[in-house]
Write a protein that binds this ligand. Structure first.
Ligand SMILES: NC(=O)N[C@@H](CC(=O)O)C(=O)O
Ligand SMILES: [Zn+2]
Ligand SMILES: [Zn+2]
Length: 345
């Protein structure tokens, strides 16, 4: 049987939530990944090192017995974040980055930043302490078309940020467009990007297949086929600036299947397997390990993992839903098949 053995990968962009939701989703990630960059956009955002420490303990306490998984914590940037907090974050050893959300751009981003100009002293501190900046790279300007918001962010904000803070490590998270791929490719080595499985697998047509499909709604929103193809080329092309970040973003069924549905797709239950489909379809399975297990660790200046995971070419059916606190969670491919299967380790 066809199988793939690779160094255990890490997920460089993940939403774990909290409480019962955390307990429901964490096992899926811990089965596949050694570490994950954990997003700080809880309902009460993780803005301080002390809060990150508490959240980290809750994650560790929620791990299934025997699981080995290291949550890499992040701080949620606000206009009140201080250079002292950045210094403390670096010193902590468990905070690995700071996350920028434009206020109002996405789930739990209300406490985010309205004006990047107000964060310049904090960016300078991050540059000085060598703490990476992670970007939800979209503008919220209502006059910017929702499908153009990433591209406009790059033009209006990212280009000058990269120029002004030339030593700051920056990750443009969940890139979705050809323009983002081009920008990151031509930028200096301190600028990288994560790519999700769902943006590699789907174009925006998925949201409208036979009707409105809220489980395909995420932010940045799925784009045209032209952009998906650019992402596949970037992910499979062996460029160390592009690495795996699922952006697995669980929301309760009733929050998705609603008159105003939440943004986010849940992929952690099959994350690695879905990426393997993409790499196989592109004839690039040889590049998969570097994308999933090498480039992210190298960029974050963390050691690569040593143990291995095995994927076998075997079809399995994704459950229709998972338990999720007092509701359920509808995963990507619910009730449908996935072509690769994680072997028990
Ligand atoms: N990607 C999403 O659609 N949603 C994320 C937030 C984010 O990463 O922007 C979430 O937290 O639900
Ligand atoms: Zn985001
Ligand atoms: Zn995210």
């Amino acid at each position: 049987m066809k199988q793939l053995v690779l160094i255990r990968p890490d997920d460089w962009h993940l939403h774990l939530r909290d409480g019962a939701a955390l307990r429901a989703v964490l096992p899926h990630t811990a089965q596949r990944f050694a570490r994950a960059i954990v997003m700080p956009n809880l309902k009460a955002p993780v803005t301080t090192v002390a809060q990150a420490l508490d959240y980290r303990s809750r994650i560790l306490a929620a791990l299934p017995p025997g699981a080995r998984f290291e949550p890499l914590m992040t701080l949620y940037l606000t206009e009140r974040t201080t250079p002292a907090e950045i210094a403390a974050a670096k010193k902590s050893g468990f905070v690995h980055a700071v996350k920028y959300y434009p206020a109002g751009a996405t789930t739990n981003s209300e406490s985010g930043v309205t004006d990047l100009g107000r964060c310049r002293t904090v960016f300078a501190a991050m540059e000085q302490h060598d703490l990476p900046l992670l970007l939800h790279g979209e503008v919220t300007d209502p006059s910017a078309d929702v499908f153009d918001r990433e591209q406009v962010f790059i033009e209006r904000h990212l280009a000058s940020l990269v120029r002004d803070f030339s030593k700051l490590r920056i990750v443009l998270e969940h890139v979705t467009t050809r323009q983002a791929v081009e920008f990151v490719t031509q930028a200096p080595a301190n600028v990288a990007a994560t790519i999700t499985a769902h943006h590699l697998l789907h174009n925006r047509g998925a949201m409208f297949q036979g009707g409105m499909r809220p489980h395909y709604y995420c932010l940045p929103v799925l784009k045209r086929e032209e952009h998906r193809l650019a992402l596949v080329k970037a992910a499979t092309g062996g460029n160390p600036k592009f690495f795996l970040g699922t952006d697995s973003a669980p929301h309760a069924r009733r929050a998705k299947e609603s008159a105003c549905g939440c943004a986010g797709m849940y992929t952690a239950h099959a994350a690695l397997e879905l990426y393997a489909e993409v790499f196989e379809a592109a004839g690039a399975l040889k590049q998969f390990e570097a994308f999933a297990s090498h480039f992210g660790a190298d960029f974050y200046r963390l050691p690569r993992n040593h143990d291995k995971v095995t994927l076998v070419k075997e079809t399995w059916t994704v459950p229709a839903e998972f338990e999720f606190g007092d509701d359920t969670l509808v995963p990507l491919r619910a009730g449908e098949s996935v072509a690769w299967k994680l072997a028990a380790s």
